[in-house]
Design a protein around this ligand. Sequence first.
Ligand code: HEM
Length: 331
Amino acid sequence: MRFLAALVATGLLWAVAWLGAGALGWNWLFAVAIPYLALVLFVGGIVLRVIGWGRSPVPFRIPTVCGQQKSLDWIPRDPLDSPFTATETVGRMALEVLAFRSLFRGSRARLTPEKRLVIESDKWLWAGAIAFHWSLLVVLLRHLRYVTEPVPALVGWLEAIDGFFQVASPTLFVTDVVIAGALLYLLGRRVVDPRLRYISLPTDWFALLLLLSIVGSGISLRYFTKTDLVAVKQLALGLATFHPVVPDGIGTMFFVHLFLVCTLLAWFPFSKLVHMAGIFLSPTRNLANNNRARRHVNPWNPDVEVHTYEQWEDEFRDKLIAAGIDVEREG
Ligand code: HEM
């Protein structure tokens, strides 16, 4: 049912764009108004989320680490798993963001038919996730060609490497195959594994279906339905420079692609996908584990009135001496 709800929602998005931009011809709405609205929601939403995270109190270091922390000099320590300095912390964060290190180390538990609990490493999820995210980055960088004039050299190089095999016409991009394959795998594992199916919420399904729809419509645009790329660039440059124009010759499939992207942008800050920004503010990743070297005092603790040993001894000195108990100062 939850999968079905997400499937219906995604189907409705396709239908809205197809009807609105195709049958009804509301091109200005789909090419200008909705993209700007989506952008405002995206930027505003991310800013609000970051402010919210930034204001969340993190008074102490949270050393959720797997490696030996800095201790006595002769005890070997693990600078990446338990970073002590800012540079080591940046190293841990970089590996997390670029290589999904904690996902790589992830394991899964299962019961064998003989009811034995087995904990094993799960590299397939890591492989699917890394394939998807890196391909997405390359696809998005290649898309820079639509909003830049002249097109940066980097985009040309990426296209050359990505189209290295020079199969078919237009040249097949490897990242198109990889991103579609990775998304299908990530969706398939939730469908096939009953435990994953059980914990999957409509929003989990929707995120994957929406991304698959964007990639699917993009692939269709490039290899099958085609669109006037000069007109698309005119539109994209117009939007980017705040002088929007809606040229003729843009097919309905492009509006579907753009509308799905706009939906993703508008929904992004309020969905689990916002982990893209959240990872950088994650206290278990971005704080050095220096609790043993530095005392971190909770800044909003109320002032506690303390009664020191010296004060206590002053108060009871006579009695302590009379009882024959050693004191630090005689009087
Ligand atoms: C989350 C954002 C987006 C994703 C994931 C995405 C994904 C894709 C993919 C996978 C393709 C297949 C061909 C290729 O890899 O280049 C594609 C094609 C295309 N996309 Fe996007 N896209 C996004 C945003 C946009 C936006 C904002 C535009 C508006 C300019 C756009 C315009 C196009 C066009 C015109 C094509 C056809 C390219 C061709 O014929 O060579 N896309 N997209």
